[in-house]
Design a protein around this ligand. Structure first.
Ligand SMILES: Cc1cc2nc3c(=O)[nH]c(=O)nc-3n(C[C@H](O)[C@H](O)[C@H](O)COP(=O)(O)OP(=O)(O)OC[C@H]3O[C@@H](n4cnc5c(N)ncnc54)[C@H](O)[C@@H]3O)c2cc1C
Length: 337
């Protein structure tokens, strides 16, 4: 495939990438979004999104994504089912995004490749995901009012989210595979003092039980090998997230946690390469914050291109061909303003 020239290439068709594309497409910037898996990102796993403004009755994540895709396509955004394998910067500042079978070339690349929450990888977990298995207390905690829930993990997320869940649940049983906790002592103390919290230590979850909804978990003590069943209505898994940065780790700076190191929320250390959403946010990881970051990245990119005097590839030029042979669209080296 010949080089595909665009004004903006967005990596990842989750809420951050789709949200950004509505802005760039509407600003008449020729935009392609690359997606390596299912269009929609993490939120398509959510059966009911209850905390996104504008939908008082709630909305399924998949439906919300269908609407976002339709809105992006209304502004001529192309959604391409190909994953970015590598990104490099050419002389003059153009970015080259390698996908299987060819390259996309653009002055702006937005990294919106999100993060994956780690799973327990036990029987029943995937089947009951969104039916009692959750990875987000802020998103799903209010659905468990006066219910019994189990929290799995031993870090700060498990401790603080466990305490948060006591606002709703009748009891929160925290299951951790060791005696010691990785979380901060203050968070551990707060959890231990909470009357609604119980701790089951040196123990792992081996199965999530239930047909239509979670009914319990099977657990095993790692010292005695004793197994038993714990009844519960919900299982919240907090054993970490992995940001999707492998393909770009050689180009941009990452924080020690592996998330992209951004300045002023969207700037990476590569001019013209912006990051948005969960891939650069280890703190909030929400739909609203991701879309907000996508919006900021898109508006920043538009202004940045205008400052560079960039002439859109939409204004007459062919979008195929060797980008290095078409200097007319590139008035000069790109410099950050
Ligand atoms: C089960 C579940 C329920 C949730 N419920 C809620 C809720 O109710 N409310 C709420 O506010 N938040 C919720 N969240 C969190 C919310 O879904 C995320 O914060 C949000 O999806 C992050 O958006 P994003 O676009 O930054 O990243 P993601 O959603 O992670 O999307 C990134 C996309 O990039 C793709 N990608 C990765 N690598 C590449 C590559 N190399 N090339 C091309 N594409 C790539 C991925 O396949 C993915 O589609 C939930 C999350 C989960 C898992």
């Amino acid at each position: 495939m010949a080089d595909q020239r665009r004004d903006v290439v967005i990596i990842g068709a989750g809420p951050a990438g789709l949200g950004a594309s509505v802005y760039t497409g509407r600003a008449l910037l020729r935009t392609a979004i690359l997606e390596s898996r299912l269009v929609g990102g993490q939120i398509i796993e959510a059966y009911d999104v209850d905390n996104y403004p504008g939908f008082p009755e709630g909305i399924a994540g998949a439906e919300l994504i269908d609407r976002m895709v339709a809105q992006a396509q209304k502004f001529d955004v192309e959604v391409v089912n190909s994953g970015a394998e590598d990104v490099s910067v050419e002389d003059g500042g153009l970015k080259r995004v390698h996908v299987s079978g060819g390259d996309y070339v653009a002055p702006i690349v937005m990294v919106a490749s999100g993060a994956y929450h780690r799973r327990l990888e036990v029987p029943g977990e995937r089947k009951l995901s969104g039916r009692g298995v959750s990875y987000c207390a802020t998103c799903d905690g209010p659905f468990f009012r006066d219910r019994k829930v189990v929290v799995v993990g031993g870090g700060d997320a498990a401790l603080t989210e466990g305490v948060f869940l006591t606002r709703f649940a009748s009891s929160v049983t925290l299951i951790h595979r060791r005696q010691g906790f990785r979380g901060r002592p203050a968070h551990l103390a707060e959890a231990q003092e909470n009357q609604k919290m119980e701790f089951v230590l040196d123990t792992v979850v081996t199965e999530v039980l239930g047909e239509e909804r979670v009914e319990g978990v099977r657990v095993r003590n790692v010292r005695s090998d004793q197994e038993w069943m714990l009844e519960c209505d919900g299982v919240f898994v907090f054993i970490g997230h992995d940001p999707n940065t492998d393909y770009i780790a050689d180009l941009v700076s990452l924080r020690p946690s592996g998330y992209i190191d951004v300045r002023d929320e969207v700037f990476t250390d590569v001019p013209g390469l912006f990051a948005a959403g969960d891939v650069a946010d280890e703190t909030y990881r929400q739909l609203g914050t991701s879309i907000g970051a996508g919006t900021r990245a898109a508006m920043t990119a538009e202004r940045w291109l205008a400052e560079q005097g960039w002439q859109s590839v939409a204004s007459g030029e062919s979008t195929e061909g060797d980008a290095r042979a078409t200097p007319a669209v590139m008035p000069g080296p790109l410099h950050i303003g």
